[in-house]
Design a protein around this ligand. Structure first.
Ligand code: HEC
Length: 170
């Protein structure tokens, strides 16, 4: 009698995961170029972090499993199709119990780059999207916003348009 019970349990678990994913996906509207907020992004692994001195913010750069595998095996020139890089940005704030510690405060935005050399050919093979503030409002009036992203990221064309150098994890 043990087996049927554990099968039912697994089915329920799968169902609840699917429902949770659907609910998360629906609450964030897609960007004006049709790119959706990736399901499961909050569970992605870390590629690097960065800290900006000019606008007092800090970021973590995450990757989906394709991107993480590519980074860990040094196959990022170019990044493989299906790679998604995400950047989450917070205002800097002081830790309430430790003055010297600067930690994430107010949420500023999340943004992603999706690799598909054919679909996103006009923007260097990456699809761009950004969602602003805690409410995750899609950024840009229309799909032309991606030109803004592409033009600045063109500074690192030689690194497949990616600024982040995956942090060394010994
Ligand atoms: C004025 C320059 C500039 C513009 C415009 C810009 N970025 Fe970036 N982006 C950067 C820099 C510099 C970094 C790396 C430093 C950091 O982490 O902030 C970066 C990092 C990223 C990363 C992490 C991967 C990487 O390349 O390092 C993503 C994802 C990203 N940007 C998405 C976007 C999207 C989406 C837009 C447009 C809505 C955009 N960026 C517009 C300069 C820019």
């Amino acid at each position: 009698m043990k087996k049927p019970k554990s099968i039912i349990y697994l089915l329920l678990l799968a169902l609840s995961t699917i429902i949770t994913n659907l609910v998360n996906a629906e609450t964030v509207l897609p960007a004006p170029n049709g790119i959706s907020y990736p399901v499961g992004l909050k569970n992605w692994r870390v590629l690097s972090s960065s800290y900006r001195t000019d606008n007092d913010t800090q970021r973590v750069i995450l990757g989906n499993s394709i991107a993480i595998n590519a980074a860990r095996t040094n196959q990022t020139k170019p990044w493989p199709k299906g790679s998604i890089l995400a950047k989450l940005v917070w205002k800097n704030t002081q830790h309430p119990k430790w003055d010297a510690a600067i930690v994430p405060g107010e949420f500023v935005h999340s943004e992603i780059m999706i690799k598909d050399a054919v679909q996103y050919k006009s923007t260097g093979g990456w699809g761009y999207a950004r969602w602003q503030r805690e409410t995750q409002q899609p950024y840009g009036k229309d799909s032309s916003f991606a030109q803004e992203c592409f033009s600045c990221h063109s500074k690192v064309k030689g690194n497949d348009y990616v600024f982040t150098l995956p942090a060394k994890i010994p």
